[in-house]
Design a protein. Sequence first.
Length: 216
Amino acid sequence: MSLKAQIDAYNIQKEAKLPADVLALMNTTNEELIAQHIKDNALQTGQKVENFSLVNHKGENVKLADLLQKGPVIISFYRGGWCPYCNLELKALNDYLPQFKTQSAQLVAISPQLPDETLSTAQKNDLEFDVLSDVSNEVAEQFGLLFTLDERIQRLYTEFGIDFEHYYGDKSFKLPLPATYVINQEGIITYAFLNEDYTLRAEPIDVMAALESEDN
């Protein structure tokens, strides 16, 4: 089943479960975020990515430059382990990991979660790739993905029991736009999927196609 099909199935469940006014608020604020065109100022295909270093879920420092020495790098920016769309995406990427490895690709996921929560996300989803903590959101900002959640959604998520201070160590409510990049060994972006609509995610098969095109 494609990732989109999984997301569509989840959306049906969500719409059956949540009150109409809550769904309307989520849709309205999502449309308002889309209208901000944040992605227009984010890193795009053809641009170079500067080196960065983050700690993974095992407590190890991971440098982009070191990963690129082994092959192309896939980076998935996600919001957090509390986000069902993010968990679906991470699992879908994990399922494709054997195919990615045929292209010597290194896969990492990045969120501003604290290391303990990053570890929890990796364990909960049985992830077999590095999950990195960008606690200060420096890398998300480097990629031009950073935004602040609408105050109405801040209150709604708090009502849902999502404790941002627990997940992120603060209540800034700053998150990265969900995004997926493929970076070649020269540090150049060869594939970029980013959208202000957090319910839309890159299909792993498209990521694989981008990797395969590098050989042609």
